[in-house]
Structure formats: structure tokens, C-alpha cells
Design a protein around this ligand. Structure first.
Ligand SMILES: CC(C)(COP(=O)(O)OP(=O)(O)OC[C@H]1O[C@@H](n2cnc3c(N)ncnc32)[C@H](O)[C@@H]1OP(=O)(O)O)[C@@H](O)C(=O)NCCC(=O)NCCS
Length: 236
């Protein structure tokens, strides 16, 4: 789940640091107050990347194919979110001309396994699942994250934000949360490529420039949505 949910932030603190496919929509969450992704889709079009979202619904867990997990009550909500994200991703793969029946299993690291010729990323918070997909011929790494537009908890600011990031977001708690969302997206884009275990301090986000720079010199492009949900897509 997205970090704002207690579980994600709790993880940080510990570190110290099925259903009908047409129920998922591309670009706007169907029939509710979900985020309008149209501006983000427009921004990503030049990258050949597509993005979509879906409100997580009862029964979405049936879209998750993963023999290593079982539908115990403790993880049913997580499986439901994972299924919803895969429903969106399959629609996006189809939109790009691929097989809408792709299994989208998990690798041992937890990252999704994409069909040949595609790469992408999944995320979910308490209510919404988001996916972003591109063709691997044009995109090497792709990461997405979604969070509610709420302030970053005060005890995480020094862990997550650099001095420059704190300065650039001074007095804007939601932008500070967006920096966090960007760093999660960067992690998801980079880790599947070479296994790099990035820490927050390894990533410098410039919301004004739409970039994220890594200590090793790599630079990713960022596309962000600042609405009732914060969404970030990192591309390299
Ligand atoms: C991978 C990680 C960033 C996911 O964040 P999260 O808030 O727990 O959960 P989200 O809903 O945003 O994303 C979950 C999705 O991330 C994807 N994911 C999991 N591990 C991944 C990895 N190593 N690489 C890329 N994507 C990964 C999966 O698709 C997962 O969804 P699924 O389980 O339904 O398939 C987080 O769990 C993690 O491992 N963090 C440790 C590294 C870290 O925090 N470093 C500092 C940040 S720079």
C-alpha cells in the first residue's frame, strides 16, 4: 500500500529511516471522486508511457495470480489492491498493443514481471490502484507511486528530504509528501534494472525541473500529479 497508510510509514520507522476489465478505466477513475489522470497521461504521451487507475473493489483479488500467497484475512486487502493494479496494467498493455491476459507475476524482489517488450510499475494506497506501462524499446525503467495528498509526517522529513529539498518545499507540506512519492517511484524504476538498493538520501528530487538525480550520476525524468491524490512517475 502507499506509505500514508500506517503500514508504510511503520515500515519506514522500523527501518529508521476476475472482475470485468471494463470496470477499470484509463485516465480517470470510473464513477467516483478519483484523481483525473488526464494531465499526467498527456505529459507521459511524449515518453510513450500510459497510466491508469482504478478504485479498489471487492473481488479484485481474483485478478492476482500468485501461487506463493494465499487469501488469508490478513493479506486479503493487499491481494485485492494487487489485483486491482494488475487489472489496470493489463488494460494499459492492451492499449499499447500487447496481450491483455499477461499474468504479471511477482519477481523474488517483489517487482512485477512484465511481458516481453514491456516494462511498467504498480502502486496502491488504501483506495486506489495505479499502473504505468511503456514499451521497453523506449523506456528502460519505469516507476509509479500514489499517496493521498496529506502532509509528510514530521518525524520523516529529515529522513526523506535533503537540505535542498527542504529549502525548495519550505512551508508546503504537501509538496514534501510529493518528494517522498517521487523517491518511491524512482526506487521502483531503478531496483528492477540492477538491484540498486537506493536510500532516500541517494536521490535528489527537483519538482520544479521534473528530475531526480542519483548519486551515481543517473538522472530520471519525473511526471507528477498534484491533486487529491499525489502521483509520481519516474522514467529512465
Ligand atoms: C518497493 C516499495 C518502494 C513499495 O512501496 P509501498 O509503499 O510498500 O507499496 P506501493 O503500493 O507503493 O507499491 C507496491 C508495488 O511496488 C512494486 N514493487 C515491489 N517491490 C518492488 C521492487 N523491488 N522494484 C519495483 N517495484 C516493486 C510491486 O508491484 C508492488 O505491488 P504488488 O505487490 O501489488 O505487486 C517498498 O515496499 C520498498 O521495498 N521499499 C524499500 C526501499 C526503500 O524504501 N528505499 C528508500 C526509498 S528510495
Amino acid at each position: 500500500m502507499g506509505r500514508p497508510g500506517a503500514s508504510g510509514f511503520e515500515l519506514l520507522r522500523r527501518r529508521g529511516s476476475g472482475p470485468a476489465l471494463n470496470a477499470a478505466i484509463v485516465g480517470r477513475v470510473a464513477g467516483d471522486e478519483g484523481p483525473d489522470l488526464a494531465p499526467l497521461r498527456a505529459a507521459l504521451a511524449t515518453e510513450g508511457v500510459v497510466i491508469g487507475a482504478r478504485r479498489i473493489r471487492l473481488g479484485d483479488e481474483s485478478a492476482l495470480i500468485d501461487p506463493r500467497t494465499t487469501a488469508t484475512p490478513a493479506n486479503l486487502a493487499r491481494r485485492r489492491a494487487s489485483g486491482a493494479a494488475r487489472m489496470v496494467a493489463r488494460l494499459l498493455i492492451c492499449e499499447l498493443g500487447g496481450d491483455p491476459g499477461a499474468p504479471l507475476m511477482r519477481s523474488t524482489s517483489g517487482s512485477p514481471l512484465w511481458p516481453d517488450g514491456f516494462t511498467g510499475s504498480l502502486a496502491h494506497d488504501e483506495s486506489f490502484a495505479v499502473a504505468a506501462v511503456g514499451r521497453s524499446a523506449s523506456v528502460t525503467g519505469l516507476g509509479v507511486d500514489v499517496e493521498p495528498a496529506e502532509p509528510l509526517p514530521a518525524d520523516l522529513i529529515d529522513l526523506v528530504l535533503s537540505g535542498q529539498e527542504k529549502q525548495l518545499t519550505q512551508g508546503d507540506e504537501i509538496s514534501r509528501r510529493l518528494v517522498f512519492v517521487c523517491k518511491e517511484a524512482v526506487y521502483k524504476a531503478i531496483h528492477p534494472i540492477d538491484g540498486t538498493e537506493l536510500e532516500y538520501a541517494d536521490i535528489e528530487v527537483r519538482l520544479d525541473e521534473g528530475t531526480a538525480s542519483l548519486m551515481d550520476g543517473r538522472r530520471l525524468r519525473l511526471a507528477t500529479l498534484f491533486a487529491d491524490r499525489l502521483v509520481a512517475v519516474a522514467i529512465c
